[in-house]
Design a protein. Structure first.
Length: 118
């Protein structure tokens, strides 16, 4: 497994979770990293991405609530999710690719389930 996601769980609305995605130094240092999610019966959607230089972008639906970051010493990317809403319930996947635009076609980790109860 080249990308290992973890940190999902069951929380109540308004609570927080932090997802982690670990990988090798080779993959981490040379690629954009991102998070996507897929809810039951819905299409996969972009959540957030971060470049090697730390530049970030977010989906409008999570702006101001989610924070993506990367720890270069640990080759790990994080997604801090605050003020979670039931609509955030989904399987979250981490991805890596040479650019943000290429993330859907890049490397994918296994998903981690996030469930937010109302």
């Amino acid at each position: 497994v080249q990308l290992q996601a973890s940190g999902g769980g069951l929380v109540e609305a308004g609570e927080s979770l932090r997802l982690s995605c670990g990988t090798s130094e080779t993959i981490f240092s040379n690629n954009a990293m991102g998070w996507y999610r897929q809810a039951p019966g819905k299409q996969r959607e972009f959540v957030a991405a971060i470049l090697p230089d730390g530049a970030t972008n977010y989906a409008d639906s999570v702006m101001g609530r989610f924070t993506i970051s990367r720890d270069n010493a640990k080759n790990t990317m994080y997604l801090q999710m605050d003020n979670l809403e039931p609509e955030d319930t989904a399987v979250y996947y981490c991805t890596a690719a040479h650019s943000v635009a290429r993330l859907p076609q890049g490397l994918w980790g296994q998903g981690t389930q996030v469930t937010v109860s109302s």
